[in-house]
Design a binder for this molecule. Structure first.
Ligand SMILES: [Zn+2]
Ligand SMILES: [Zn+2]
Length: 427
């Protein structure tokens, strides 16, 4: 949608300029379904996504009388691209589909009514999706991962082609649901009787059953049989937490129904060394005090692909590293999907100071003192007092149990409870 000024919205939906709103809607449903990115091979997905957004945009404008009039008179120029009508942040595909086919109920009709359901049973157009979480390590997300796994699913019985009956046998209306495929039941909820509609278990929602001896021997009238299938799951390099990997049509099959998808949602396991944000990585750079002052040339960490990452900080005239200092290594972050680019690696300096009492020799102490820069000029005072010190105090103790908001502990509490302005007024 680089040049939305030239888009012919009627052409996008394949309708004439005289099309009624109902025809617009119908064309949109058809076009949206056929161009849904989940329905096409991965290689065409990006293109499908663009097509899908164009279709959604065309519908949004042409279905709305006022917007349609604007479009007819001024073209796409009537729409500010930043308003969301053109390009920009496109509508969420899943939202749109959920609206169109709410809960997978086959659709346009919505929930079947409580009474007077004539005609053939309405079964969902598409079978249920199977969703599950899939845990992956950061290493796997870095390198990409292909896994094969066995899945047992219902497939349409080949013996009876999904009819559930023997050749030339005719089913009769299910006696439990009277051929409707659904049962009206009531259940107790909050002290009230709540009516609801459930799929008839006797005919599995088909409304028709065969006599026992006329049932297909293979599937025993169930129309489907269980089958083990090896599936391949591909996690692209650089994939992120929450991303969904769709194995289209791999969920249970059922006659006259498009099978649902198996959907994996990526869950990224915590990593002991790296933190991730988008394509960037962060890790601690552990060095000794001597290294901080005199430099080093060594492998400082093992990257997610097993490479040793080596840093060369040379002295003399090199950099002195300080606690909390951040070094950035460009291009050593996570891979960015569909590109050869990578994010950056941020290293936070952590200096391991020597243990207490590590120097035993007064001449060593003097030597270090001579080498390092000396102290600032002495502070002048009329009276000087040497004081005792506790070496492991906690700053949280500062002002604690006083009601002074400037105390460390008190400050945090106030921050949580009320905005600063409110506090000022009460004082
Ligand atoms: Zn069968
Ligand atoms: Zn039934």
């Amino acid at each position: 949608m680089s040049d939305s000024g030239d888009i012919d919205l009627y052409e996008v939906l394949g309708i004439s300029q005289e099309a009624s709103p109902a025809e617009v809607k119908k064309a949109y449903h058809k076009a949206a379904l056929s161009s849904h990115p989940d329905k096409v091979p991965e290689s065409e997905r990006e293109e499908a996504e663009i097509r899908f957004k164009a279709v959604s945009q065309a519908y949004e404008i042409l279905y709305d009388d006022e917007k349609r009039h604007l479009y007819d008179t001024h073209g796409m120029a009537a729409f500010d691209p930043s308003s969301g009508a053109g390009g920009g942040a496109g509508p969420d595909l899943d939202d749109i589909l959920a609206q169109m086919f709410g809960g997978g109920m086959g659709g346009m009709g919505g929930m079947p009514g409580m009474g007077g359901m004539g005609g053939p049973p309405k079964r969902p157009r598409k079978g249920k999706n199977e969703e599950q979480e899939y845990e992956v390590t950061l290493e796997e997300l870095y390198k990409g991962k292909t896994t094969r796994f066995a899945s047992t699913k219902n497939v349409i019985c080949e013996t009876c082609n999904g009819s559930g009956g023997k050749d030339k046998c005719k089913p009769h209306d299910c006696s439990i649901c009277g051929g409707k495929g659904q049962k009206q039941t009531v259940h107790m909820g909050g002290g009230l009787l709540i009516p609801s509609v459930t799929t008839c278990g006797n005919c599995d929602g088909f409304g028709k059953v065969y006599k026992d001896k006329e049932k297909c021997k293979k599937c025993k009238g169930k129309r489907v049989v269980e089958k083990r299938k090896i599936l391949e799951l591909y996690v692209p390099r650089g994939a992120r937490e929450g991303e969904k990997i769709v194995l289209a049509g791999e969920a249970d099959q059922s006659p006259d129904q498009e099978p649902g998808d198996i959907i994996f949602e990526i869950v990224e396991k915590d990593h002991p060394v790296f933190r991730r944000a988008g394509a960037d990585l962060q890790a601690e750079l552990h060095i000794t005090l001597a290294e901080a002052l005199t430099g080093f040339n060594r492998v400082v960490l093992t990257h997610l692909d097993g490479r040793g990452i080596s840093l060369n900080v040379k002295q003399p005239r090199g950099k002195v590293l300080r606690p909390g200092q951040v070094l950035k290594v460009p291009g050593e972050g996570m891979p960015i999907k569909r590109t050869d680019d990578r994010g950056d690696l941020f290293l936070t300096v952590d200096i391991e100071f020597p243990e207490d009492g590590w120097i035993r020799d007064e001449t060593v102490v003097q030597g270090i003192r001579n080498v390092l820069p000396g102290p600032k000029p002495e502070i002048q005072a009329n009276e000087v007092e040497e004081v005792d010190v506790e070496f492991d105090a906690d700053i949280e103790e500062f002002g604690a149990h006083s009601d002074d908001p400037r105390g460390e502990g008190a400050w945090e509490d106030d921050d949580d409870e009320m905005p600063e302005g409110v506090q000022c007024q009460t004082q």
